[in-house]
Write a protein that binds this ligand. Sequence first.
Ligand code: AMP
Ligand code: GLY
Length: 422
Amino acid sequence: MRVLILGGGGREHTLVWKIAQSPLVDQVYAMPGNAGMEDAAQLVPGDPEDCQQVVDAARDLEASLVVVGPEGPLAAGVIDRLQAEGIDAFGPQQGAARIESSKVFAKDLMRKYGIPTADYRVFDDPDAACEHLSKREMPTVVKADGLAAGKGAIVAHDESEAREAVDVLMRERRFGSAGDRVLIEDFLRGDEVSLLAITDGETTVPLIPAQDYKAAYDGDEGPNTGGMGARSPVPFFTEQLAAVVQEEILEATVRALANEGHKFCGVLYAGLMITESGPSVLEFNCRFGDPEAQVILPRMRSDLVELLVAASGADGSLKRAAENLRWREEAAVCVVAASGGYPVQYDKGKRIKGLDRIESDDDLVVFHAGTARQEGNWYTDGGRVLGVCGMGGDISSARGRAYDAMQQIQFDKMHYRTDIGC
Ligand code: AMP
Ligand code: GLY
């Protein structure tokens, strides 16, 4: 079969890498993809958020499955359009994707169905939001309702920081209409973990847990980024906890969505805080995590495509396909090399040296997130540039493998955290 993957970052390179290994697949295409994928996929120019372009490309390429990486095309309704044209596609329809594209929708759903999450209030008026802040305990969390590229949640330590967050989101409208409404929610303490599941809207198949390192600098200092690294497994996340999350959060949410008329097919990603009183949902996403995919998929021993096909067919075959799911015992650690200044301001076009010295094998893969290739040389082409994924008998040897490889790579103002996996 021919598979078209939408997106062009590190998560999508990981999807390309894994999907290309499937015995079911003859050809992989990526729209728009990135230069690092060219060994395994043919790049197709186009905008994945433009539904017509995606439909046209899928038809021209005779793709029998379209797999969507990022949330943008899902929120734009690309799955609805593809399915209406009779093209199989993996991901939720626009209505179900609101679990990520509207935090108010997600929180109201959780409240209605008793799914654990921090208590909250919703405001569409900045004065009313600030009035509420003057009566609250700090810290508190202010969140934009809509999509804001991972920058719409602000943890405020005092009232002035919280008011500033309301200003940025609602008055300056830094993220446009995403800030028409804000949530103000209780601050939770604990450890964070991501648990993702593949679902056809009825059967929910949990993947292995992963942990994302969101802050830019070592020790969780600095601004939040798209993710500076990840590890899997997550030592504190026991099988017992995973079972509770599976039943009370993932399955409960899939059921709740179906009950509201939004059957969810695709990846349901629960971002969780493990508090003293149990797991609580920080956010839902409607797709694979980036860089969580970079540690989850290398640990998957069995075929991903079988699961994606079964889930997108929504014909009840996911339960059977899930019986073949196998994981590698080895741990995985992915370290992201970013451009200096990321996530705020950074330059592109820096020559990357050393990539050709790295020999990939079963325990080491370099996923490209933002690179370009010119006359045989590699250049930076984004904020997050590369994700180096190492595997080993335990987290510490996986870390060693990833960091040894990272030391081979250089570019001007390259920055990476040195504590991923710790
Ligand atoms: P979100 O986009 O909702 O996942 O939020 C981004 C990050 O903000 C999370 O990964 C947490 O580190 C932090 N965060 C969000 N909500 C809360 C909360 N209620 N309590 C504490 N930290 C939070
Ligand atoms: N790693 C966080 C995300 O994918 O949203």
